[in-house]
Structure formats: structure tokens, C-alpha cells
Design a protein around this ligand. Structure first.
Ligand code: GTP
Ligand code: MG
Length: 171
């Protein structure tokens, strides 16, 4: 068959936001794992869509590993940024990390697409994706295509919409 275009994606966001759970859901079912543990450093994962073959750098969001993120910015052709919509206390920390990302020289002047998942929408006190978008000031991102989806990574809800958007930005 036709060879799919290869795309490197960086999966970023605070620890416990659900990055690894999301990536796991996007993999073919025979490649999925049952027990997901906090990522140490980072992990390289792969999944395919109808036209693209994604290589994902699933980064640890723990504070002590966040300084690893920037080493992969140059290679990244797209970003998936995951937010725990139930973690109101750390929304400001998520914003700080996002702002640091957006101001980084390897990201700042590139039209790199950013897909946001407002994850854990199943939690009773989860913020809406509109509220998350406001708290992160996403409307200020004017030089990059971006999109935010509410998701429930445990059930896999909202993920396909996001990945379809990402594929449209790249293909
Ligand atoms: P680090 O690797 O430490 O950066 O964390 P991570 O962002 O990869 O988070 P991970 O996927 O390990 O998920 C953290 C916890 O959140 C796990 O217990 C998941 O089961 C849980 N979780 C992930 N997504 C959801 C969701 O949509 N809803 C709920 N309720 N829990 C979720
Ligand atoms: Mg992880």
C-alpha cells in the first residue's frame, strides 16, 4: 500500500494530566497496555491515522523532567498539550509551562499546530473546555493553528475529533 507520511508529535502537559492514557488509546488495541504508570523521562510511541504515521514523544510531566521537553522541540512537527480539567489548583502551572513552550526559540516562530485536550471531562467538577481555554488564554495564540477538545481518555471520548483535526493540519 501507500506509505503514510511520517510525523513527529510531542505530547506535553503536567504530570497526571493523562498524556500516556491518551496515547495508549490511540494505539491499535493489540498494542495497548492495561496498566499505565507515571512516565519516567519520556517514551516513544507510534500510532497511525488514515493518512499519517505518528511517532509520539510522550514526555513525563513531572517537574524534575520538564527540562527534557525542549530538547525535542526542533524535531516536533505537531504538539499535543494535555490539561487535567479537574486540577484547578494547577491550571496556573499548566499555563506557565505552556507560555514557556510558546516563547521558546525552537517553537516561537514556527506555525506548528497545537492540539489541546481538556482531559478528564468525566470528573464531576471538571472545567469546560471553554473555561480551560480562557484560563490558558489560548485566544492569544495567533501565529499557530490550535484546537481544543474536551476528552475522557479512560473511555476514549473526544480523542478522535482531536486527531482528525491534527491530521487535517498536517496532510
Ligand atoms: P506523567 O507521565 O506523570 O506526566 O502523567 P500522564 O500525563 O502521562 O498521565 P497518565 O496517563 O499516567 O494518567 C494519570 C492518571 O489519570 C491515571 O490514573 C489515569 O488513569 C488517569 N486519567 C487519565 N485520563 C483520565 C480521564 O480522562 N479521566 C479520569 N477520570 N482519569 C484519567
Ligand atoms: Mg505519562
Amino acid at each position: 500500500g501507500l506509505k503514510k507520511k511520517e510525523v513527529n508529535v510531542l505530547c506535553l502537559g503536567l504530570d497526571n494530566s493523562g498524556k500516556t492514557t491518551i496515547i495508549n488509546q490511540l494505539k491499535p488495541s493489540n498494542a495497548q497496555t492495561q496498566d499505565i504508570v507515571p512516565t519516567i523521562g519520556f517514551s516513544i510511541e507510534k500510532f497511525k491515522t488514515s493518512s499519517l504515521s505518528f511517532t509520539v514523544f510522550d514526555m513525563s510531566g513531572q517537574g524534575r523532567y520538564r527540562n527534557l521537553w525542549e530538547h525535542y522541540y526542533k524535531e516536533g512537527q505537531a504538539i499535543i498539550f494535555v490539561i487535567d480539567s479537574g486540577d484547578k489548583l494547577r491550571m496556573v502551572v499548566a499555563k506557565e509551562e505552556l507560555d514557556t513552550l510558546l516563547n521558546h526559540p525552537d517553537i516561537k516562530h514556527r506555525r506548528i499546530p497545537i492540539l489541546f485536550f481538556a482531559n478528564k471531562m468525566d470528573l464531576r467538577d471538571a472545567l469546560s473546555s471553554v473555561k480551560v481555554s480562557q484560563l490558558l488564554c489560548l485566544e492569544n495564540i495567533k501565529d499557530k493553528p490550535w484546537h481544543i477538545c474536551a476528552s475522557d481518555a479512560l473511555k476514549g471520548e473526544g480523542l478522535q475529533e482531536g486527531v482528525d483535526w491534527l491530521q487535517d493540519q498536517i496532510k
